[in-house]
Design a protein around this ligand. Structure first.
Ligand code: PGA
Length: 255
Protein backbone atom coordinates (compact mmCIF):
# COMPACT_ATOMS: atom_id res chain seq x y z
CA UNK A 1 0.00 0.00 0.00
CA UNK A 2 1.45 3.33 -1.09
CA UNK A 3 1.20 5.89 1.71
CA UNK A 4 1.84 9.60 1.71
CA UNK A 5 4.41 10.45 4.37
CA UNK A 6 5.69 13.63 5.99
CA UNK A 7 8.86 12.57 7.79
CA UNK A 8 11.00 14.88 9.90
CA UNK A 9 14.71 14.27 10.23
CA UNK A 10 15.88 16.27 13.21
CA UNK A 11 19.51 15.25 12.70
CA UNK A 12 21.74 16.32 15.63
CA UNK A 13 19.40 19.02 16.89
CA UNK A 14 17.39 19.64 20.05
CA UNK A 15 18.02 19.03 23.71
CA UNK A 16 15.70 16.58 25.42
CA UNK A 17 13.19 19.23 26.53
CA UNK A 18 13.25 21.09 23.20
CA UNK A 19 12.53 17.86 21.38
CA UNK A 20 9.67 16.83 23.64
CA UNK A 21 8.13 20.29 23.28
CA UNK A 22 8.14 19.83 19.52
CA UNK A 23 6.52 16.39 19.84
CA UNK A 24 3.75 17.93 21.96
CA UNK A 25 3.20 20.76 19.48
CA UNK A 26 2.92 18.28 16.60
CA UNK A 27 0.48 16.12 18.56
CA UNK A 28 -1.77 19.17 18.80
CA UNK A 29 -1.47 19.91 15.09
CA UNK A 30 -3.09 18.30 12.07
CA UNK A 31 -2.63 14.54 11.77
CA UNK A 32 -2.18 12.36 8.73
CA UNK A 33 -5.28 10.53 7.60
CA UNK A 34 -6.14 7.24 5.92
CA UNK A 35 -3.02 5.21 5.22
CA UNK A 36 -0.70 8.19 5.52
CA UNK A 37 1.91 8.92 8.16
CA UNK A 38 3.76 11.61 10.01
CA UNK A 39 7.14 10.25 11.07
CA UNK A 40 9.42 11.91 13.61
CA UNK A 41 13.10 11.09 13.10
CA UNK A 42 14.51 12.11 16.45
CA UNK A 43 17.94 11.82 18.04
CA UNK A 44 18.42 8.73 20.22
CA UNK A 45 17.76 10.58 23.48
CA UNK A 46 14.16 11.35 22.47
CA UNK A 47 13.19 8.03 20.96
CA UNK A 48 11.64 6.29 23.96
CA UNK A 49 9.67 9.26 25.25
CA UNK A 50 8.59 10.27 21.74
CA UNK A 51 7.19 6.75 21.29
CA UNK A 52 5.37 6.99 24.61
CA UNK A 53 4.07 10.50 23.89
CA UNK A 54 2.69 9.47 20.50
CA UNK A 55 1.20 6.15 21.55
CA UNK A 56 -2.34 7.48 21.18
CA UNK A 57 -1.62 9.14 17.85
CA UNK A 58 -2.57 6.44 15.35
CA UNK A 59 -0.96 8.10 12.31
CA UNK A 60 2.37 9.09 13.93
CA UNK A 61 5.49 6.98 14.02
CA UNK A 62 8.94 7.52 15.49
CA UNK A 63 12.12 6.85 13.54
CA UNK A 64 15.73 6.43 14.57
CA UNK A 65 18.32 8.05 12.31
CA UNK A 66 20.71 5.11 12.23
CA UNK A 67 21.37 1.69 13.73
CA UNK A 68 23.92 -1.11 13.54
CA UNK A 69 23.35 -4.25 11.49
CA UNK A 70 24.71 -6.65 14.10
CA UNK A 71 22.32 -7.94 16.74
CA UNK A 72 24.61 -7.10 19.69
CA UNK A 73 28.24 -6.98 20.66
CA UNK A 74 31.33 -4.84 21.04
CA UNK A 75 30.32 -1.82 18.91
CA UNK A 76 30.81 1.14 21.21
CA UNK A 77 28.32 3.91 20.66
CA UNK A 78 25.96 1.94 18.44
CA UNK A 79 22.31 0.88 18.76
CA UNK A 80 20.92 -2.42 17.49
CA UNK A 81 17.58 -3.00 15.81
CA UNK A 82 16.34 -5.06 18.75
CA UNK A 83 17.15 -2.19 21.12
CA UNK A 84 15.08 0.18 18.99
CA UNK A 85 12.34 -2.38 18.65
CA UNK A 86 12.28 -2.91 22.43
CA UNK A 87 11.22 0.72 23.00
CA UNK A 88 8.64 0.78 20.23
CA UNK A 89 10.55 2.62 17.50
CA UNK A 90 8.94 1.73 14.17
CA UNK A 91 11.26 3.14 11.49
CA UNK A 92 14.95 3.76 10.85
CA UNK A 93 16.37 6.31 8.41
CA UNK A 94 19.24 4.55 6.60
CA UNK A 95 21.82 5.58 4.05
CA UNK A 96 21.38 9.29 4.58
CA UNK A 97 24.01 11.20 2.60
CA UNK A 98 25.44 12.61 5.84
CA UNK A 99 25.97 9.06 7.11
CA UNK A 100 27.55 8.13 3.79
CA UNK A 101 29.78 11.23 3.71
CA UNK A 102 30.82 11.83 7.32
CA UNK A 103 30.66 8.28 8.67
CA UNK A 104 31.88 6.56 5.53
CA UNK A 105 28.90 4.24 5.25
CA UNK A 106 29.16 2.24 2.06
CA UNK A 107 26.36 0.79 -0.04
CA UNK A 108 27.32 -2.62 1.34
CA UNK A 109 27.02 -1.52 4.97
CA UNK A 110 23.72 0.20 4.23
CA UNK A 111 22.39 -2.95 2.55
CA UNK A 112 23.19 -4.93 5.71
CA UNK A 113 21.43 -2.35 7.84
CA UNK A 114 18.34 -2.38 5.62
CA UNK A 115 18.11 -6.15 5.90
CA UNK A 116 18.63 -6.10 9.68
CA UNK A 117 15.93 -3.46 10.12
CA UNK A 118 13.41 -5.41 8.01
CA UNK A 119 14.27 -8.66 9.80
CA UNK A 120 13.64 -6.86 13.09
CA UNK A 121 10.17 -5.85 11.95
CA UNK A 122 10.92 -2.14 11.52
CA UNK A 123 10.56 0.02 8.40
CA UNK A 124 13.72 1.31 6.74
CA UNK A 125 13.57 4.73 5.10
CA UNK A 126 16.28 4.18 2.52
CA UNK A 127 17.93 7.38 1.29
CA UNK A 128 19.58 7.83 -2.07
CA UNK A 129 20.65 10.83 -4.13
CA UNK A 130 23.43 12.23 -6.23
CA UNK A 131 26.04 14.93 -5.57
CA UNK A 132 26.00 18.12 -7.63
CA UNK A 133 28.82 17.23 -10.02
CA UNK A 134 27.07 14.05 -11.06
CA UNK A 135 23.85 15.91 -11.81
CA UNK A 136 25.85 18.48 -13.78
CA UNK A 137 27.52 15.69 -15.73
CA UNK A 138 24.07 14.29 -16.48
CA UNK A 139 24.34 10.76 -15.08
CA UNK A 140 22.26 11.23 -11.90
CA UNK A 141 19.76 8.53 -12.82
CA UNK A 142 22.53 5.98 -13.40
CA UNK A 143 24.21 6.99 -10.11
CA UNK A 144 21.03 6.57 -8.07
CA UNK A 145 20.27 3.32 -9.88
CA UNK A 146 23.64 2.04 -8.61
CA UNK A 147 22.69 3.00 -5.04
CA UNK A 148 19.43 1.09 -5.37
CA UNK A 149 21.09 -1.95 -6.90
CA UNK A 150 23.69 -2.15 -4.15
CA UNK A 151 21.51 -1.00 -1.26
CA UNK A 152 18.07 -2.58 -1.72
CA UNK A 153 17.73 -4.58 -4.94
CA UNK A 154 19.22 -7.62 -3.24
CA UNK A 155 16.09 -7.90 -1.12
CA UNK A 156 13.37 -10.46 -1.72
CA UNK A 157 10.09 -9.03 -3.00
CA UNK A 158 8.55 -9.63 0.40
CA UNK A 159 11.28 -7.67 2.15
CA UNK A 160 11.28 -4.93 -0.47
CA UNK A 161 7.58 -4.34 0.05
CA UNK A 162 8.35 -3.21 3.62
CA UNK A 163 10.59 -0.26 2.87
CA UNK A 164 10.19 3.41 2.07
CA UNK A 165 12.56 5.24 -0.29
CA UNK A 166 13.67 8.84 0.06
CA UNK A 167 15.29 10.55 -2.93
CA UNK A 168 17.51 13.31 -1.58
CA UNK A 169 19.77 15.05 -4.08
CA UNK A 170 22.80 16.01 -2.01
CA UNK A 171 23.01 19.46 -3.60
CA UNK A 172 19.55 20.24 -2.22
CA UNK A 173 20.12 19.10 1.38
CA UNK A 174 20.38 21.96 3.82
CA UNK A 175 21.28 24.36 1.03
CA UNK A 176 17.96 26.09 0.52
CA UNK A 177 18.17 24.96 -3.11
CA UNK A 178 15.30 22.60 -3.89
CA UNK A 179 15.02 20.32 -6.86
CA UNK A 180 12.43 21.73 -9.22
CA UNK A 181 9.16 19.85 -9.39
CA UNK A 182 10.28 18.60 -12.84
CA UNK A 183 13.62 17.36 -11.48
CA UNK A 184 11.93 15.62 -8.55
CA UNK A 185 9.25 14.04 -10.72
CA UNK A 186 11.80 12.92 -13.32
CA UNK A 187 13.89 11.06 -10.75
CA UNK A 188 10.90 9.64 -8.86
CA UNK A 189 9.45 8.39 -12.14
CA UNK A 190 12.78 6.77 -12.99
CA UNK A 191 12.97 5.17 -9.55
CA UNK A 192 9.50 3.74 -9.97
CA UNK A 193 10.48 2.36 -13.40
CA UNK A 194 13.55 0.70 -11.90
CA UNK A 195 11.41 -0.88 -9.18
CA UNK A 196 8.92 -2.04 -11.83
CA UNK A 197 11.72 -3.63 -13.87
CA UNK A 198 13.07 -5.42 -10.81
CA UNK A 199 9.94 -6.32 -8.82
CA UNK A 200 7.01 -5.65 -11.15
CA UNK A 201 4.54 -2.85 -11.73
CA UNK A 202 2.39 -3.64 -8.71
CA UNK A 203 5.35 -3.29 -6.35
CA UNK A 204 6.44 -0.06 -8.03
CA UNK A 205 2.98 1.35 -7.60
CA UNK A 206 2.85 0.34 -3.94
CA UNK A 207 6.23 1.84 -2.92
CA UNK A 208 6.28 5.20 -1.17
CA UNK A 209 9.01 7.45 -2.58
CA UNK A 210 9.67 10.62 -0.60
CA UNK A 211 11.54 13.69 -1.78
CA UNK A 212 14.10 15.30 0.53
CA UNK A 213 16.24 18.41 0.18
CA UNK A 214 15.14 21.84 1.39
CA UNK A 215 11.45 20.96 1.55
CA UNK A 216 9.70 23.95 3.14
CA UNK A 217 6.18 25.30 3.49
CA UNK A 218 6.57 27.34 0.29
CA UNK A 219 7.47 24.41 -1.96
CA UNK A 220 5.92 21.35 -0.29
CA UNK A 221 2.56 21.50 -2.08
CA UNK A 222 4.12 21.77 -5.55
CA UNK A 223 6.57 18.92 -4.88
CA UNK A 224 3.97 16.65 -3.29
CA UNK A 225 1.55 17.24 -6.16
CA UNK A 226 3.86 15.39 -8.54
CA UNK A 227 2.42 12.00 -9.39
CA UNK A 228 5.45 10.02 -8.19
CA UNK A 229 6.30 12.11 -5.11
CA UNK A 230 4.63 10.59 -2.05
CA UNK A 231 5.66 13.17 0.53
CA UNK A 232 8.90 14.38 2.01
CA UNK A 233 11.85 13.70 4.27
CA UNK A 234 12.35 17.08 5.85
CA UNK A 235 15.39 18.34 7.76
CA UNK A 236 15.55 22.02 8.70
CA UNK A 237 11.85 22.73 8.29
CA UNK A 238 10.92 19.80 10.58
CA UNK A 239 12.58 21.48 13.56
CA UNK A 240 9.74 23.91 14.22
CA UNK A 241 6.04 23.20 14.44
CA UNK A 242 5.35 26.42 12.48
CA UNK A 243 7.25 25.10 9.49
CA UNK A 244 6.56 21.35 9.75
CA UNK A 245 2.79 21.67 10.23
CA UNK A 246 2.23 23.40 6.86
CA UNK A 247 4.24 20.58 5.27
CA UNK A 248 1.99 18.00 6.94
CA UNK A 249 -0.99 19.98 5.65
CA UNK A 250 0.47 20.04 2.14
CA UNK A 251 0.75 16.25 2.30
CA UNK A 252 -2.80 15.93 3.61
CA UNK A 253 -4.08 18.13 0.79
CA UNK A 254 -2.73 15.62 -1.73
CA UNK A 255 -4.32 12.62 -0.08
P1 PGA B 1 16.87 19.62 4.62
O1 PGA B 1 17.37 18.14 4.97
O2 PGA B 1 15.37 19.56 4.54
O3 PGA B 1 17.36 20.47 5.76
O4 PGA B 1 17.46 19.98 3.31
C1 PGA B 1 16.75 17.02 4.39
C2 PGA B 1 17.42 15.76 4.86
O5 PGA B 1 18.66 15.74 4.94
O6 PGA B 1 16.77 14.75 5.17
Amino acid sequence: MRSKIAAGNWKMNKTYSEGMELVEALKNGPQAGGDDWVILGTPAIHLKDAVTATQDMPRMKVAAQNCHYEASGAFTGELSVSMLQSIGVQCVILGHSERRQYFKETDEVIAKKVKAVIDGGLTPIFCCGEPLHIREEGWHVRFVKGQLEKGIFGLSAEDFSKLVIAYEPIWAIGTGVTASTEQAQEMHGELRKLIADKYGAEMADATSILYGGSVKPSNAAALFSQPDVDGGLVGGASLKAETFIPIIEAMNDQA
